[in-house]
Write a new protein. Structure first.
Lengths: 205, 205
């Protein structure tokens, strides 16, 4: 099994943290680092594995390639059910999926859109709109406040248990430093949660 | 059980088509239509059910509210496993999730971003960037070509079987008319697929 990834991007980290929480031995998987700045993820060879060129991609021993962080995470959820990170019954699966998607659509994506459109880090391969970057930055900023309130009444993002939604939120908060967003001094609930999830061994993956 | 939704938006349609494919009786569910133009989805009452204000939201009889189309779909996948629309084993679940996400991130979202940022349909409640709208329109346009090629070798979006990825793609192609995108005369594979999925009874849901 091979994992094509990059150490600096937030999406591969989501998969690495997920795998660490599952207790998957990284030595059993060949890690292939791609240099995104050098556009190694857009080579013809890599695009045969993932035609849209994103990272990470998991290549199974039978040659099947699975792209998209959450598709890879779901593969590992099925092959390594314990501990469950995506719920255990219809209701908890739905609630965790809801919160994970909220963390993606309303938090990770605005942060990524702010970064890419303001910095122009990938302007050699995509059109940028600094105007939309600023709009995205404002949306991402608001989510820090939303999450602080939410975590006043919830131990974890999706409620009582650590889940994939915490992984997405953790990777987003940490990545947000690239657009100079940090947890505010007064956002004590968000800080309590961030300290707790950062203290787990998986956060180092 | 209550489904808060809107007939004109693409995301509630994804859930309705999913439910129809599952053979769920719409008479057993109370459908509550919200007028998005009148911002009924941003009322204090509705935001107690879904604080981020999107549609659809499914309210269970125990009061639990599930927002996000794919979280609601996952709930029904669990409670009504047949026919499976999200895969049956680790590999097929991952492949379908990958393709569904590609259809969302690279197709539905660019179409939605083009619509919202160019038309300013929700400019009373969100900042718009026509510049980013045009960038998104270009990305969405390219996906029609990508999908036409993909469907030359695949009967359905995720391979041999109809799945949730087809539902997302169908709702996106049909919604794309709002930004004047249509399947090209020469995109015969995409047209073959669109005719097939549109002919299913669920497409009318």
């Amino acid at each position: 099994m091979k994992l094509y990834q990059s150490d600096r991007a937030p999406n591969p980290r989501r998969v690495r943290v997920f795998m660490a929480e599952k207790g998957i031995d990284f030595n059993e998987i060949e890690i292939v680092d791609l240099d995104l700045v050098a556009a190694e993820n857009l080579s013809e060879e890599y695009k045969r594995k993932n035609p849209l060129g994103g990272v990470p991609t998991l290549e199974l021993d039978n040659g099947t390639c699975i792209a998209e962080s959450m598709a890879i995470s779901r593969y590992f959820e099925e092959t390594h059910p314990e501990p469950p990170l995506m719920g255990t019954d219809a209701e908890s699966k739905a609630i965790i999926e809801m919160w994970n998607r909220r963390m993606e659509l309303n938090f990770l994506f605005p942060v990524a859109m702010a970064f890419r459109n303001i910095s122009g880090a990938f302007a050699d391969r995509e059109k940028c709109s600094p105007e939309f970057g600023e709009i995205s930055l404002e949306r991402a900023t608001k989510m820090f406040g939303f999450l602080n309130k939410h975590l006043a009444n919830n131990e974890y993002i999706a409620g009582d248990s650590y889940s994939v939604a915490d992984i997405t939120a953790l990777c987003t908060v940490d990545f947000a430093r690239v657009v100079k967003l940090r947890i505010g001094e007064d956002q004590t609930h968000l800080k309590r949660w961030h300290d707790a999830v950062s203290a787990r061994a998986s956060a180092q993956a």
